[in-house]
Ligand binder design. Structure first.
Ligand code: SPD
Length: 291
């Protein structure tokens, strides 16, 4: 029997796609928010497959049902390995997912979250509340509605133990978050035993950009290495995060006392997974980087 409610529900759902290189990456869903903020177009949809999902300027940012792949991969290699983790900085990350993962570390004193667009935070709290979860109420979280590029310019030297760049794609407000000047300032404000983590796009869809980002980080820091994983809603589904540090590649070695509790709380990340993900470097990149 055809159910009229099901028919109506299906009628209300449309394909929402990110277009890149003559391909599209989409989910079927109901658009619940579509607005232009001071910086970008913000869209939130409700999908059957992954729950509520967020797009900025028509590019997928996150979805309730598959955000752990992205946030766990970005945060834990850095927080599990930095010499100290008293002060962390998140640039971007307005959906709260990176902050939530940071708050799993009891020894962390504070997280400064610097997001340029207040509407991303407001709408994420309202429509994607599980992503930030209790991090929004944690008094270790300081939210600043500021430009991340200016923030790192104006921060004193050796200030943060960990810097997490949870940016959107390199266009519009996030373009400068992939520049040499920005990363050089990050190195300046990172403590000597600290670790930087940044999302570094798809090695398939944005191959040249990905290679250049890794190369640039290798010029600025003593060590930088990409880690690979899957985020199904992002273009090609094949994604990367790059970690950098001074003196030694400390992101390769999670600190034993920290990692056990974190592993139990994660869906994807574990020291074993991380080792494989750092080692799954594609041959073309190995050649490009002369590894
Ligand atoms: N095209 C996706 C680029 C990665 C965007 N960052 C996601 C934000 C999730 N906190």
């Amino acid at each position: 029997m055809i159910n009229i409610n099901d028919l109506f529900d299906d009628f209300m759902r449309k394909w929402v796609d990110e277009y890149q290189n003559n391909a599209r990456f989409g989910l079927k869903g109901k658009v619940i928010i579509e607005e232009q903020s001071n910086y970008q177009k913000i869209t939130i949809i409700e999908s059957k497959l992954y729950g509520n999902a967020l797009l900025l300027d028509n590019c997928w940012m996150t979805a309730e049902g598959q955000e752990k792949q992205y946030h766990e991969s970005l945060v834990h290699p850095a927080l599990c390995s930095s010499k100290e983790i008293k002060k962390a900085l998140i640039i971007g990350g307005g959906d709260g997912g990176s902050a939530r993962e940071c708050m799993k570390y009891d020894i962390l004193d504070c997280v400064d979250l610097v997001e340029i667009d207040s509407r991303v935070i407001e709408l994420s709290k309202q429509y994607l509340p599980k992503i930030g979860g209790d991090a929004w109420k944690d008094n270790r979280l300081n939210i600043f509605i500021e430009n991340g590029i200016e923030w790192v310019k104006n921060t004193p030297i050796d200030f943060y133990d960990v810097i997490i760049i949870d940016s959107s794609d390199p266009k519009g407000p996030a373009k400068g978050l992939f520049s040499k000047e920005f990363f050089t300032n990050c190195r300046r404000i990172l403590k000597p035993g600290g670790v930087l983590a940044t999302q570094s796009e798809s090695p398939e869809t944005f191959r040249e950009f990905h290679i250049n980002t890794v190369k640039m980080l290798r010029e600025i820091f003593d060590y930088a290495d990409p880690l690979y994983g899957n985020v199904p809603i992002y273009p090609s589904g094949w994604w990367s995060w790059t970690f950098a540090s001074q003196g030694k590649p400390r992101y390769h070695k999670p600190i034993i006392e920290r990692m056990q509790k974190i592993t139990e709380s994660c869906e994807i990340w574990s020291p074993r997974w991380q080792e494989g993900a750092f080692n799954s470097i594609p041959a073309f990149l190995e050649r490009e980087l002369n590894l």
